[in-house]
Design a protein around this ligand. Structure first.
Ligand code: AMP
Length: 280
């Protein structure tokens, strides 16, 4: 596995592989890898891609009172996992390699970025889009893999790619969960054992909603959201939002059907967690 720290090294490698007719698959991450990240890499490898993973904790997407400084990092462990997953290359740039000292340009997907996560994390998606646009320009992949776990991010990136004519297919990958149902996340390490138990309430609420849709044929969004909120409020966590939305534009829907999703966020102590149910 090639370990690359410079943009120029990435460009050189990609040119070489492309001349061998390789399809370039790209998996952007912030590291502290878990089974969710590995499932994206597995999908890229199964699709026959020369698979490049990036590890970069992007300062631009963290608010001033968020967890940029304490975001978990363990490069040695990540490299070991990437080798085991047969990733072909990893790009680990420094902050200076990614952003010059006078960076002034931002990519903002308006409207979609202000809803849901955006209303709790102003500026977050502009940070995400800016770094993804840069990474897409550096790597120039044929395909980029994103998890449904971060549904709003996936929807916004897909829109950015369409609006700005990036020649990249965005490939969505289903959420990987821990055995107890908690969506795998680098931030799960912040949870104490007691908080972790409480955190399960979000996936439990989504599971209940899924059962109501599947087995009781309930499609009334208000009814489903009400039931989900009731479950979440029974636990000692802060419910930030639980909404049924159209996946294309994140507008609220009255009825659940194909291409809608139920997106939720809770705060357990200081830890924000998101999860969702996607009707693809
Ligand atoms: P992150 O390192 O949290 O920025 O995530 C990098 C990529 O991994 C994003 O596309 C995420 O949506 C995806 N991802 C994170 N957690 C999961 C999960 N539990 N299942 C599937 N994909 C995930």
């Amino acid at each position: 596995m090639e370990i690359l720290k410079k943009k120029s090294q990435v460009r050189e490698l990609v040119n070489k592989e492309r001349s061998k007719k390789q399809i370039i698959g790209f998996v952007p991450t912030m590291g502290y890898l878990h089974q969710g990240h590995l499932s994206l890499i597995k999908k890229a490898k199964n699709d026959g891609c020369f698979t490049i993973v990036s590890i970069f904790v992007n300062p631009l997407q963290f608010g001033p009172s968020e967890d940029f400084q304490r975001y978990p990092r363990d490069t040695e462990r990540d490299l070991k996992l990437l080798k085991e997953a047969n990733a072909d290359a990893v790009f680990i740039p420094s902050d200076e390699e990614m952003y010059n000292s006078n960076h002034l340009t931002f990519v903002n997907v308006s409207k979609l970025s202000e809803k849901l996560e955006g209303s709790f994390r102003p500026g977050h998606f502009a940070g995400v889009c800016t770094v993804c646009a840069k990474l897409f320009n550096i790597v120039q992949p044929d395909r980029a893999y994103f998890g449904w776990k971060d549904a709003q991010q996936l929807i916004i990136i897909r829109k950015m790619v369409r609006d700005l004519d990036f020649n990249i297919s965005i490939v969505p990958v289903a959420t990987v969960r821990e055995e107890d149902g908690l969506a795998a996340s680098s931030r799960n390490v912040y949870l104490s054992p007691d908080q972790r138990k409480k955190a399960l309430v979000l996936s439990r609420a989504l599971q209940k909603i899924e059962q109501m849709i599947k087995f009781e044929s309930v499609i009334d969004a208000n009814l489903l959201i009400e039931e989900g909120k009731k479950i979440i409020k029974s636990e000692d966590v802060e419910l930030q939002y639980l909404e049924a939305v159209e996946l294309e534009n994140l507008e609220r829907v009255e009825k659940i059907r194909k291409n809608t999703g139920i997106l939720g966020a809770i705060k357990v102590g200081n830890v924000r967690l998101i999860d969702n149910l996607i009707m693809e």
